[in-house]
Design a protein. Sequence first.
Length: 242
Amino acid sequence: MIYGMRNWLAACGVNAKSVGIITIPPPQMVANMKVDNMEGFCVGEPWNGVAASQGIGFTQISSQDIWKNHPEKALVVNKAFSETDKEDLKNVMKALIEACRWLDVMSNRKKAALILSKPNYVNAPVQVIEARLMGSTEIGCDLGVQKYKDDYMLFYNNGIVNMPKVSYGIWFMAQYMRFGMISTAPNYQEVAQKLIMTDLYNEVAKSMAVPVQEDMKPFKTNLETIVFDPKNPAQYIAGAKK
């Protein structure tokens, strides 16, 4: 979540331009930090847990503390597949939603951790994956354990997690402008609506009795004082820390 990291740096008064940011595949991050190729990393679980368990690093801040219930992974397909294989796409979406429902049952997470730990999947210690799935974060460097109660990883949450939101797409594009990744503002809503297949998701969700969530409401991340209104991203960009 690169823009979560940039948000955190900005909240700490650190200009991201003063920090060297490189791209490394997540499974290689712990090894690279061990040999001093980098001083820290922003990554999804379980690699920060692996670093902590090996005494290589510690968790400075979790993404839950940057933006509670933030968007994370997405199902992305190309335009041709979305148009010519729509039934297959709907079936994949249904399978993912069903898997997310299963994962939100806490008693299933130990089994999920065992599956994910295998070499042909994540290839990481099962105890590290299990702890993170259960909301228990070993901070590392003998700093104790952080236990999350209402903001541990959620995969379904009555459909709140699964709906792709135009407002989130606009937020991410706004970060591009905020941090100088692009010089000209796009038509935020038009681009987001082209990329996010809201109608198809709603069709699939309704067929599975999954509640469809409201979109385009203003929201705020944990570390920011300014509210993001997806209908007026320029106002947010003008007031946000760089």
